[in-house]
Design a protein around this ligand. Sequence first.
Ligand code: 5GP
Length: 117
Amino acid sequence: MAAYDHENIFAKILRGEIPSTRVYEDDETLAFMDIMPRSDGHLLVIPKTPCRNLLDATPEQLAAVTATVQKLAKAVVKAFNADGVTVQQFNEAAGGQEVFHLHFHILPRQEGVAIRP
Ligand code: 5GP
């Protein structure tokens, strides 16, 4: 597995070098809107410390990120009056990962509405 690249897009978002719509932040994690939302309210949750993906995560990073994922999954269901929520997470190019900083997608879902490609 390749080393963590400090110039990946989410590292730049963390450093404030490129803009993002931040929706939640604590000492260890950040959440912001996905630039190409596949459902209304599509969010991304990332750790603030360098981590390429799940294969590279420490138990502490994983615990912090999943705690935020659960908190925000509950919050978006309420905020979007959603019928459900899809959580997605990809690892390495072969696993569908495009940005190489650990992230979880949170997609609020409405009954009968497919997520966009
Ligand atoms: P993945 O690595 O899980 O396949 O997908 C990366 C996700 O990051 C995609 O859903 C994509 O729309 C999102 N993304 C890529 N570049 C940016 C960006 O500059 N800003 C934000 N907010 N999201 C981005």
